[in-house]
Design a binder for this molecule. Sequence first.
Ligand code: PMP
Length: 345
Amino acid sequence: MVASTPASSTASSQARTTGITAGFVGAVGNTPLIRLNALSALTDCEILGKAEFMNPGGSVKDRAALGILLEAEEQGLLKPGGTVVEGTAGNTGIGLTHLCNARGYKALIVIPDTQSAEKIGLLRSLGAEVRTVPAVPYRDPNNYVRLSGRIAEETPGAVWANQFDNLANRRAHYSSTGPEIWQQTGGRVDAWVAATGTGGTYAGVALYLKEQNPAVRCVLADPHGSSLYSWATAGSLVSEGSSITEGIGNSRVTANLDGAPVDDAVRVADQAALDTIYDLLWQEGLFLGGSVGINVAAAVETARRMGPGHTIVTVLCDSGDRYRSRLYDGVWLAEKGLHQPVRPA
Ligand code: PMP
């Protein structure tokens, strides 16, 4: 059982009753649940995607950023003019920077230089102080997450968002994303499928849905290069290969993922994820990022494993706009040994 916290609930309920959102904060959450028509027809299941790219900061991480910030304020850790420091693959930093602007704080973001130029450029445009660092494993003290923790310690008036191990992250999903999915499906959800970066989205929703109905199947999706598929299926953290996806996969079980129910796991190759996001663009008109390809391909595989007639919910984490120079660029893809899908005639 995870304690429920207010997160965006007060602002959101005000929005529902008046039709007016209370600033940026009030606009976080309450995203549509989109039926993916072609894939639903293909599988004879209902494949539903939670449209997190429609959050005001453009990703699923707006919810976690808001939950973390509100808890830091409630605990008196963050004072007016203070600084929020975070190590991030981009989206949490983007959400935090919007929120810092809206609530009178500064944002200092540490990001691996392997992340897309669009995300790094956007962070700078939003006004964050951005430090790009080489991508090194977590065990290295200069890993972006560990470095961000040290910077927060050394900076007066700063708090470390610590999204990987701060449970405010999954509480935000437990108290908002999970209940929204339950309400939007009228409680008719058979499976929940998501890849994890911090694990906040996967775990928060999985814990909430299991409490409503223990029969909901919780399926962890994972790219190559991550150790979580082997952890979920064989109990040991072993990685294989690599992936061009950003923001997902991990070499360790974070505090946010720890204790979350995992009934099954699906590993998805980059080419399959790529084919999936191009299908979503051409068949559904949805322009989405790479982690969505992993999620939706895993949802389709889950539909195959469960059989026709099931309702399967996953997350549409962010927009393709954040990866135009990569996932939607044939030259970049070819350099990575991947094929840009060709639009059917
Ligand atoms: N997709 C994208 C594009 C992300 O940026 C993230 C967050 N790193 C995720 C998925 C995974 O979300 P979570 O951190 O809640 O596991």
